[in-house]
Design a protein around this ligand. Structure first.
Ligand code: NAD
Length: 318
């Protein structure tokens, strides 16, 4: 029977750590970290995500500042809002919920967020720092994936890891973090040939394809660790909707450990967003220490929270 890696429990532990850091900042007379969340338009799913993020902020003591803008907001106005937030000392993290309406250039908007406040870690400066191992804010889902893997396999040195999916927001940053942890990483995608054969050699599989139950039991070697990032809503045979991951959960009981869907990677993404906001605030206030780790008793996770020394731009987050 494979162990279940419970993302809800690990996310809760991370939230406790984040809350303690917020309390520490406030006790030191610093303002509580502030996260600005921008929502343009009335996309239903985006509204749900934003609501969840704001509620999560409240739990750990982060001030959330919500900017709801109508769907016909001009790009210029959105850029002006971001410019104001970039300069606002009460704001330490800025998140612009995507997708944005079609008349807005998403790439331009995301690049206008200050790298120091880019808590999603999507800004090219942060991407560059991630790929060169030189610090920066790490995207939330990949960060969560690393913490889930490390909860059951703290030492990834020399392990064979197969990442399925090469998107900019999941597959590529996960691959970079894994390389930093000295794993041997194979990144695969829709055009990869013999994917089952490649997967079968893996000590760890990170599935981030968005292809329901793609990874079958026979693709998985005994004792492997499986991280399921994918999440798709499907219509089950009983006519009810169901959320499924990229891994055929019922077929992989010979694995060492597997994340469930839901309740695996999902909760970690929000917990990492909160943590990123606090790390950004600490860096901006110059209170971050050189070697941060998420859990006091955790192995070295410096590849996740990079050195952050305010004033020295070569080292600060972003
Ligand atoms: P994407 O569509 O941008 O990228 C998918 C990648 O998977 C591509 O590189 C593609 O080549 C590859 N791929 C697709 N089908 C494949 C197949 N059959 N075989 C091999 N490779 C295949 O998707 P994304 O934004 O990276 O998201 C991937 C999945 O992760 C989605 O289900 C998404 O909902 C989920 N996701 C979850 C969270 C979370 O917080 N839980 C966060 C981000 C994404």
């Amino acid at each position: 029977m494979a162990d279940i890696i419970d993302g809800r429990v690990i996310a809760r532990q991370l939230d406790e750590k984040t809350k303690a850091q917020v309390d520490e900042m406030v006790a030191a007379g610093l303002p509580a970290p502030g996260l600005a969340v921008i929502l343009v338009g009335d996309d239903g799913a985006s509204q749900v995500y934003v609501r969840r993020k704001i509620k999560a902020c409240e739990k750990v003591g982060i001030n959330s500042i919500e900017h709801r803008l109508p769907a016909d907001t001009s790009q210029e106005h959105l850029l002006a809002v971001i410019d104001t937030l970039n300069k606002d000392k009460r704001v330490h993290g800025i998140l612009c919920q995507v997708p944005l309406p079609e008349h807005i250039d998403t790439r331009l908007v995301l690049r206008s967020i200050s790298p120091d406040k880019d808590v999603d870690g999507f800004h090219p400066v942060n991407v560059g720092r991630l790929t060169t191992g030189g610090g920066g804010i790490v995207p939330c889902t990949p960060l969560g994936v690393m913490l889930l893997i490390e909860s059951v396999m703290p030492d990834l040195k020399g392990k064979d890891v197969v990442v399925i999916g090469k998107s900019n927001i999941v597959g590529k940053p996960v691959a970079n973090l894994l390389l930093d942890a000295e794993a041997t990483v194979t990144v695969t995608h829709i055009y990869t040939e013999n994917l089952p054969d490649i997967a079968r050699k893996a000590d760890v599989i990170v599935a981030a394809a968005g292809a329901p139950e793609l990874v079958k039991g026979w693709w998985v070697k005994s004792g492997a660790v499986l991280i399921d990032v994918g999440i798709t809503r499907i219509m089950a045979e009983d006519g009810k909707e169901r959320l499924v991951g990229d891994i055929a959960f019922d077929e992989v009981q010979h694995a060492a450990a597997v994340t469930p869907v839901p309740g695996g990677v999902g909760p970690m993404t929000i917990a990492c967003l909160l943590s990123n906001t606090v790390q950004a605030a600490r860096a901006l206030h110059g209170t971050a220490t050189d070697r941060e780790s998420l859990f006091d008793d955790a192995p070295d996770r410096t590849m996740i929270f990079r050195p952050a020394i305010a004033g020295d731009h070569s080292l600060s987050r972003g």
